[in-house]
Design a protein around this ligand. Structure first.
Ligand SMILES: C[S@@+](CC[C@H](N)C(=O)[O-])C[C@H]1O[C@@H](n2cnc3c(N)ncnc32)[C@H](O)[C@@H]1O
Length: 297
């Protein structure tokens, strides 16, 4: 896999992600080739480490093939590789560890979400692409929420493992996560260059109001997707405390965010945005947005 100066950030990120998920490809290979089945059964971790070493070899090869392009993209490659590893590990846990397979689903979903944020941005709006597009350092609160959900899962799994084994609940959560992910990415693709990870307070010359496609169903589809995705992760994990916490905190976050964003959008698009607000709802229950009166709901 030779990198050239023309290598696009999307391609680099995809390569890093696929290399990172090597542990899963090795797992698949071991399961497909019965000769390796024995090795897999007795040396589970050795195979994972071998997969990761293979991945490091791939990275070194990239470095030797085109050093300048590698250095240019190295920070992105490592993030993508880290997320790919998370995805691979999550898939291996899903397939190989039945009692915590839903934790594997969660870990896979988490890794795919962060990586695909960067990748989709790289494809649809490269001008606004930055390392922050991986959303890994989104906010302190986001990191605390993630750690809280791991702690709740672990504590409950040790204290009452039976309460963590509701397959149908986890499947329901998975359906929330998948639909949330699809809605969010569809919004990014539809809004294209008008989509930005950060609320814009100054109008770019080419910023256009998007009201078609998924934006004709609700005004804030990417937030609807993220909201669904975040509560879905806690349903997958059968985490009752974090489910309530995530629902309240995410709702409050999007309520504030939509309010601020709509003040800016009304400044940008005036009457057109007012008209859009009259026709289409925000998409998140009980969130009204900014109606010009200065009052939230
Ligand atoms: C993170 S995106 C979220 C977009 C939208 N709120 C959503 O949930 O799909 C934030 C950026 O999108 C822009 N934006 C939001 N709604 C828009 C629309 N209908 N048309 C064009 N730009 C929009 C805002 O100016 C802001 O800079």
């Amino acid at each position: 896999m030779a990198l050239s100066m023309e290598t696009s950030p999307a391609r680099v990120s995809l390569c890093g992600f696929l290399l990172g998920s090597t542990s899963f490809w090795v797992y698949l290979l071991c399961n497909l080739l019965t000769i390796l089945q024995e090795l897999w059964n007795s040396h589970f971790w050795i195979v994972i480490v071998a997969g990761w070493s293979f991945c490091m070899l791939g990275m070194t090869r990239m470095l030797l093939t085109d050093r300048q392009a590698y250095i240019e993209h190295v920070q992105s490659i490592y993030r993508a590789w880290f997320l790919g590893s998370g995805c691979g590990l999550g898939l291996v846990i899903s397939c190989h560890c039945p009692s915590i397979s839903h934790f594997g689903w969660y870990f896979t979903a988490l890794s795919i979400f962060h990586w695909s944020e960067y990748f989709t941005m790289a494809v649809t709006n490269p001008r606004s692409l930055a390392l922050e597009s991986y959303l890994l350092d989104h906010s302190k609160e986001y990191a605390v929420a993630a750690v809280a959900s791991w702690v709740e899962f672990t504590v409950e799994w040790f204290l009452a493992p039976g309460l963590k084994q509701f397959r149908y609940i986890s499947l329901l959560g998975l359906s929330f996560v998948i639909s949330g992910e699809v809605v969010r990415k569809l919004s990014m693709i539809t809004a294209s260059t008008n989509f930005n990870h950060y609320v814009q307070y100054r109008k770019q010359r080419d910023h256009q109001l998007v009201t078609h496609g998924i934006y004709s169903l609700c005004r804030h589809p990417s937030y609807v997707g993220w909201f669904l995705w975040s509560i879905g992760t806690q349903i997958i994990l059968c985490n009752p405390v974090c489910l309530i916490g995530y629902t309240i905190v995410s709702w409050r976050f999007f309520n504030e965010r939509i309010y601020e964003e709509e003040i800016a959008l009304l400044n940008f698009f005036g009457e057109d945005y007012l008209d859009y607000q009259r026709r289409v709802g925000t998409g998140i229950p009980f969130i009204k947005g900014f109606d010009g009166s200065g009052h939230k709901i």
